[in-house]
Design a protein around this ligand. Structure first.
Ligand SMILES: O=P(O)(O)OC[C@@H](O)[C@H]1O[C@@H](OP(=O)(O)O)[C@@H](O)[C@@H](O)[C@@H]1O
Ligand SMILES: [Mg+2]
Ligand SMILES: [Zn+2]
Length: 178
């Protein structure tokens, strides 16, 4: 199975230091919806693992998050693609959960859902926590320069990460190989 896992904020949609708190604030990064559709049409299963501490912080509720994800699925379907499992961590930094990145719990959830191993699976993110979560379970960490990616690039980076301008460039690479 060709599985790729994506972070959401800063990779699929624009991020904000004020959190993405409503459907109106959820704005796709240009090229990202098409990238997901291209990957899907090329036989890739595209899953999402996203921290959503805004729920624990009371900034928005689960219904609002699910409305964002319904919009995401609709936009990908309109491009002829299909989005796979979306897993989110609703917890806050002090909740001690196993699913909040950089912990790899959501990656394990996705692997279990599809019955696959995580070794070498590309996990595309914009933050250091995404890269750390990937490395914790032997995924291939992939950093995009969108969202917080520019800031992340300014920090010391672990060895072995792949860097792309954006999700569209990741899709170009993976669909080129097919
Ligand atoms: O990039 P993903 O995982 O899809 O989602 C990130 C969001 O949950 C939010 O994560 C927060 O971090 P804290 O949760 O406050 O540490 C902040 O970075 C916000 O700017 C950001 O919107
Ligand atoms: Mg992010
Ligand atoms: Zn959690």
């Amino acid at each position: 199975m060709k599985l790729i896992i994506l972070d959401r904020d800063g990779v699929i949609n624009h991020d904000s230091d004020a959190y993405i708190k409503s459907l109106d604030e959820w704005i796709p990064i240009p090229g990202s919806i098409d990238a997901i559709a291209r990957l899907s049409k090329a036989g890739w299963t595209v899953a999402v693992a996203t921290n959503q501490s805004g729920i624990a912080r009371g900034y928005y509720d689960l219904a609002t998050l699910e409305a964002m994800h319904a919009r995401l699925r609709q936009l990908v379907a309109e491009q002829g693609g299909e989005l796979g499992l979306i897993v989110h961590c609703p917890h806050g930094p002090d909740d001690g959960c196993d699913c909040r990145k950089p912990r790899p719990g959501m990656l394990h959830q996705i692997a279990a859902h599809y019955g696959v191993a995580l070794h070498g699976v590309w996990f595309v993110g914009d933050s250091s926590g995404d890269l750390e979560a990937a490395l914790a379970v032997d995924c291939q960490p992939v950093l995009v320069k969108t969202g917080k990616g520019g800031r992340t690039l300014g920090k010391p980076l672990p060895d072995g990460i792949l860097i792309f301008d954006d999700l569209a460039a990741v899709a170009d690479q993976l669909t080129l190989e097919d």
